[in-house]
Design a protein around this ligand. Structure first.
Ligand SMILES: [Zn+2]
Length: 100
């Protein structure tokens, strides 16, 4: 990577002209983009944790369960998740019993 070489910001995609000398290759335009990228990675990590924790539920339900957990604690969120899961199983069983 030499002076004047061009890369793109990893956060916003704008072109970055690399500096000369012993500088490390710049990956972001500025601190704002650097922070944006950091925040995105944190959010992605959080969403991945959600998917793992509430596996089997739709993304909308996962977000709701996450909100419940943040606001009221894990015990309530888990018991709601268990209730929803049981409801789904019971509904399916009833449908099957009716031959529908
Ligand atoms: Zn940028």
């Amino acid at each position: 990577m030499a002076y004047g070489d061009r890369t793109n910001c990893k956060a916003c995609g704008r072109e970055i002209v690399q500096l000369s000398g012993g500088h490390r290759q710049r990956q972001y335009c500025d601190d704002t983009c650097k922070h944006t990228a950091f925040r995105r990675r944190q959010e992605e990590k959080h969403l991945e944790e959600l998917r793992q924790r509430w596996v089997g539920f739709t993304p909308a339900t996962q977000l709701y369960l996450d909100w419940l957990m943040t606001r009221y604690g894990e015990e309530l969120a888990t018991s709601v998740a268990v209730t929803i899961a049981r409801e789904i199983v019971d509904q399916r069983r009833n449908r099957d019993a009716l031959g529908g």
